[in-house]
Design a protein. Structure first.
Length: 659
């Protein structure tokens, strides 16, 4: 343009030369650079906001630690602490590294890592984690994990790694972005050529071409997915939900079936006392004194219950453990027996009332333990692996979200049905061996996308087989390694939150992509002058630069809206009810393999109940129906059980098998 103006001036055509002044755009060039720079600043600032959650996590780690060196307390940089070092933590201080308490007692605030607001009591041999706060007593600990191996560092690394990965939906944007720039350049050139052919002057055609280049925004396409993933991961981390990859964050929300392992996931993972039926006031003291000698997990539950009730521990002598049956000991010069209904009923007479009570507990999925003193029944203590506080509400919420809930367990049908009924799950699959869990998941996948929630080594194959594996943080390392998502709080309700966050993140990504596509679809034709012949609309390059900058800024700001999402809000059942899939998998308990055993010695309903309970305690037996009139027991099996095993159990119960 300057060259043309100089030629016009040389020829004395001053008016013609001045006509081109309006096409120089010197002020536009400066304004465009200013607007683009401002836009990049706003984009960078808003992107920085997306990593706030990660920065907050990193800020939790203390910078120094007090360690014992040559019998003296020395303050050192936390990076100088090595595994095996002895460190001390005073009240109000943050624990510098992971360790185990070797001296002292205190309450530790673990809310930063677990979200649990109530401080956790820590005593000798208890584990402590970095970035948690010692609230009361003096603690001396031995370092077990330092540097990048601490719990906090692993969380930060997991979130960082997830943010660095690409979600499948991002591949679409990447493919479009790959051809976007060449396409825009081509459109710009074509725009220039068309306007020149239309016999517009050079400056006007060039202005339209520049407007196309300036308004196009590949940045918005490139930012649409990663910023949403980054914010989503940050929100998850703040709620103690860790997605290992961007793909897991995207795919979790597509879940149609959630399969829960029972023990340790839906339940506490350890037995505890649920019911105490006293026929003698000495039940608990005697039970405490005998069970205190045992190392069985059920004994631990009774001992813990008695200690909380401040029961008196009496001296127990001549203690013996009868494997598979029960316990025996001498307390106050009296013979105390403890064990199963089968064991106690073989030693003393049991009334029909007690038998019914025992069967009632068993039907509720509890383990009834009977205690006797000499020939007198002291009472019944029922023990069970209690359901977690939020398990029932989590199952209901998942169903409201349009998701089928399946409980998978190795327990027998009777126990599994009792627990499953309390929880309200859609399907109960019982008597599943660890090696068969993955096969069940594979079968379920034909009905929809499956998420598996587990905690143990035996869940690892199933977690891998599922479309999405979720592991609770209290589980084994191999389960956590096999999972796509880690639930730091070990709460079933966090499964709902993880799915909600994933769904909301995916919606946000789609909103960003829609905005990026629609902006370019409208802006580029407008800049090229497509609407000029129809409406006269045109676009100055300065406004194009402003629009381009704001486009990227809007995408990032929309992603930041994820920070305001309430992932704990109750789902609208009516919104998702149509999404429920049908599960027609054949349960183990639906198999019809049966065997009939002829039995002599059954005299009454009490005998029938004894035979029924004895047979149903055998692995592989789904149900047993006994009749003292017909002198038979019909056994329904979930797998082939040798007849001799069934017959031996009946004989051991005190009855005769008729050949």
């Amino acid at each position: 343009i300057l060259f043309i103006m100089s030629v016009k001036f040389s020829a004395g055509l001053y008016d013609d030369a001045m006509h081109y002044v309006h096409d120089l755009y010197f002020e536009s060039a400066g304004t465009i650079l200013t607007l683009i720079t401002l836009g990049k600043y706003l984009e960078t600032y808003s992107k920085g906001k997306t990593t706030n959650a990660l920065k907050q996590l990193a800020s939790l780690a203390p910078k120094t630690a007090v360690v014992i060196r040559k019998d003296k307390e020395v303050t050192v940089n936390v990076d100088e602490v090595i595994t095996g070092d002895i460190f001390v933590v005073k009240p109000g201080e943050s624990i510098p590294v992971d360790g185990v308490v070797i001296e002292g007692y205190s309450a530790v605030d673990e809310s930063a890592l677990t979200g649990e607001s109530i401080p956790v009591d820590k005593n000798v041999d208890d584990k402590v984690s970095s970035a948690t706060i010692n609230k009361s007593g003096y603690l001396k600990c031995r370092a077990t994990a330092v540097g990048q191996d601490t719990t906090l560092s692993k969380i930060i690394q997991m979130v960082t790694d997830a943010s660095a990965t690409k979600a499948p939906i991002a591949k679409i944007a990447d493919k479009v972005s790959g051809v976007f720039v060449p396409a825009v350049i081509a459109i710009s050139i074509v725009t220039f050529i068309i306007w020149m052919i239309a016999q517009e002057y050079f400056g006007y055609a060039l202005s339209r071409a520049i407007s196309v280049l300036v308004i196009s925004c590949p940045c918005a396409l490139g930012l649409a997915t990663p910023v949403a993933i980054m914010v989503g991961n940050g929100v998850g981390a703040k709620n103690n939900i860790l997605f290992k990859t961007a793909e897991s964050l995207e795919q979790t929300g597509k879940t149609q079936i959630v399969v829960f392992d029972k023990t340790g996931t839906l339940t506490q993972g350890k037995p505890s006392v649920t019911d105490v039926v006293k026929y003698n006031d000495m039940l608990l003291p005697y039970a405490y004194s005998v069970e205190n000698k045992s190392e069985h997990p059920l004994a631990d539950a009774i001992v813990e219950y008695a200690e909380k009730g401040n029961e008196k521990l009496l001296e127990c002598t001549d203690f013996s453990s009868l494997t598979g049956s029960g316990l025996k000991g001498i307390v106050d010069n009296k013979t105390i027996l403890a064990g199963s209904y089968k064991f106690i009923s073989s030693k003393i007479n049991i009334s029909n009332e007690v038998t019914e009570k025992v069967n009632h507990f068993a039907d509720e999925g509890k383990t009834p333990l009977l205690f006797a003193c000499d020939d007198e029944l002291l009472g019944i203590i029922a023990v069970a692996d209690k359901i977690k506080d939020d398990s029932i509400s989590a199952v209901n919420e998942l169903k409201n979200m349009g998701i089928r809930v399946v409980m998978l367990t190795g327990d027998n049908k009777r126990t599994a049905d009792a627990i499953g009924k309390q929880l309200g799950v859609d399907r109960i699959i019982s008597d599943v061996m660890p090696e068969d869990k993955a096969n069940v998941i594979k079968e379920l996948k034909q009905f929809g996308r499956v998420a598996m929630v587990g905690d143990g080594i035996n869940d690892a194959p199933a977690l891998t087989q599922a479309d999405i594996g979720l592991a609770v943080a209290q589980g084994t390392d191999i389960a956590i390694d096999s999972a796509d998502v880690v639930l730091m709080n070990s709460k079933p309700s966090d499964v709902c939150s993880a799915i909600k966050l994933s769904r909301r993140t995916l919606i946000n990504i789609k909103e960003n992509l829609f905005w990026a596509f629609i902006y370019n679809a409208i802006g580029i034709p407008l800049a090229a002058g497509v609407w000029i012949p129809i409406t006269g609309w045109t676009l100055n390059p300065m406004f194009g630069a402003a629009a381009m900058s704001l486009s990227s800024f809007c995408v990032v700001m929309n992603a930041l809206r994820l920070n305001t999402v309430n992932i704990h809000k109750k789902a609208d059942k009516n919104k998702y009810i149509k999404n429920l899939v049908d599960i027609n998998i054949a349960n183990k308990e639906e198999k019809t393999l049966t065997k009939t055993i002829k039995i002599d010695g059954m005299m009454c309903p009490h005998c029938e109940a004894t035979v029924k309970k004895t047979l149903e305690s055998i692995d592989g037996v789904a149900e047993a129906v006994a009749s003292h009139i017909d002198k038979i027991a019909v056994v329904t099996l979930t797998k082939d059980v040798d007849t001799t095993v069934l017959e031996k159990a009946v004989i051991d119960a005190g009855y005769t098998v008729i050949e």
